[in-house]
Design a protein around this ligand. Structure first.
Ligand code: SF4
Length: 94
């Protein structure tokens, strides 16, 4: 029996650190192609286009894969760190 990726992701739990995002985007500049691509690349769907042509990140549900950190490393638009202890994703297998 095969499961959809959405069903697998739903098994994860996420503890939100209110008011402290472990990923931030520099929204002052016009977004690079790398940052715009994150809307389609992020496996957790944390990146979204905004109506004013920018890209925003809502890190709730982030799986800490580090992909956005690597993809946007050269542009410097993404500030990334692990969540504080006790917060962030809790993987549940099964
Ligand atoms: S670390 Fe991975 S899951 Fe988290 S926002 Fe970046 S690409 Fe998405």
């Amino acid at each position: 029996m095969s499961e959809k990726i959405e069903e697998k992701l739903f098994q994860n739990r996420y503890r939100v650190d209110e008011g402290t995002s472990h990923i931030r985007v520099n929204a002052d500049k016009v977004p690079s192609e790398q940052l715009k691509a994150m809307v389609n690349i992020c496996p957790a769907g944390c990146y979204q286009d905004t109506e004013d042509g920018k890209v925003e990140v809502v890190a709730d549900g982030c799986m800490e894969c580090g992909t956005c950190r690597i993809v946007c490393q050269e542009t410097g638009e993404v500030t990334w760190q692990y969540p504080r202890g006790g917060y962030g994703v809790l993987f549940k297998f099964g």
